[in-house]
Write a protein that binds this ligand. Sequence first.
Ligand code: HEM
Length: 548
Amino acid sequence: MDPVTMIEPPMLNLSVFVLLFSLFVFKLTRVDVVKSAGPPRLSEGIPFVTNAWHFMTDKKLYITRATCNRYSKVLSKSGIAQCRLGPLNLYMVAGKKNIAAIFRSSFSSDPWVLRIMKYSAGYSQADLAKFYQDEFDGTRPRGLLPEQRIWHALHSLYDHTLMNSRSVNALTTSYLSYFRQQLVDYSADEWTEVRVYDFLKISMSTAATSSVMGSRVIKLNPDFIKAFWEYEKFVETLAFGLPTWLNWPAVRARDRFRAMCLKWYQVADGEFDWDNPGPHHEADWEPAFGSQVSRGLAKFAKTFDLSDQSIGAVYALFLFGLHANTIPICTWVLMELVKDKDLLQAVREEISLANGNITNIDCFDNRKVELLPLLKSVYTEVLRIHVGVLITRTATQSVTVGNYSLAKGSTFQAPTSVAHLDETAWGTPAHPATKFWAYRHVKEVEVTSSTGLSTKRLEFSLGGPSGLFFPFGGGKNMCVGRNFAKPEVLLTVATLVTQFEMEFVSWVKLDGTISDWPAADNPSYANAVAAAPDRDMKIRWRRQLVHS
Ligand code: HEM
């Protein structure tokens, strides 16, 4: 199937699910509707249904209802609002102080993550029980060493293999080399038409998967990348835990992708020498599992004796985390550059200057590209505008938020979009907060050389308060992939704009037909982190002649 048609959002099915889900919830739950003395409540047109419906079909609207004048100013006034989401009673929070509060150590995202592991990834019940038993609230079984505790082991594995500079550098170098292989078919002689999102979905996911697990996983499963995107479009709705008979296409896509991951794992496991200690256990790269994080996940699965079903789920969910946000973010960055020729030229010059006017990307210093102020500003601005997630936390003890004392077990959600689009924090008279502005996060500074010569240059400077910018979440559950995400996106963009001349052709719908409208955030991604575009940009490009 054409890779574009396979990503059409499952709107029809979703609508049916939501309706049935809402009725299901309405019938099965008895929820206390007494007006409490707690934070103000966000009203619902149809009790139990309206919020769940909006959350699953248009989360922007769900959040807007809590903040916008037309509906209610509940959240903007008080900084905390109660909100019913199906059977759950949640507290939505906003404002620097309340957001900082939910990033404290007395809040955890583990219960929310468990839901994703259960439904979106499909861990087995027996393995989920190991996580449930390792209580996050201090009542965990006593006498266990930290490394014997499953949550601790998972978090420290990520810290060790994704957060330190050695592992990030190794992943970045490997990613770039695989990404360049995706470009070999494009020559300097002819113009080729490509769709930006379509191209990046295939090329970046192929390169990033290979850099983490090695390319064998794709050779063993020729449909691997296609199966990933088939699965990706369902991950958010799977998390709602609808019965399988109601959600069959999603469950089938998940199980198919998980089985592919397991097939690869079994080959790698048979090949890896587990019994003999040696450098292969700590190497940045070895042929069986690939990178440190991939090998670490295998060790984790063995240590906690995970079932085959859960092992497939471990890798499927990790690959979702790896691709689901960097690829839409990179797409938006590239779209913004192609839309604005002057900006594209300015970014090209910045990259070229930093690299001594060498346009051969093979000679680039990766770290220099990451520091370029204008490119970093565009990346930051795209994160600000297009990351729209409800950062979710559960209180592990009784807590005080926004002057309200709330019980242990209360669930909180902080919508990034309320903070990221706050006009008073980010807007300027010429550039409102809701609009992309490439130069929002740079300022011009004057520098004087040792010979007394004064020049002006751009310096990166976040264009608003850091407490109102949290695209990667915060606290101990903050995104562990953020140190890799940045070089992955920036180096992909730097490679493409330096190696290719590119021109806008037209906006197209996801099925490839012409669109009169530019791309906007796709509302059918429910609680996704970075919004995918609802349509694509067709461009034409050809390789630049390289001077080294
Ligand atoms: C621009 C790209 C990305 C964005 C915007 C993003 C955003 C996020 C957010 C908002 C969370 C939840 C954090 C919280 O609850 O406080 C998260 C968690 C996570 N992300 Fe990312 N992410 C990105 C890239 C990546 C990459 C490249 C990887 C893998 C290498 C990754 C792996 C993960 C994992 C494993 C978690 C769960 C962490 C935990 O529960 O301890 N992410 N991400």
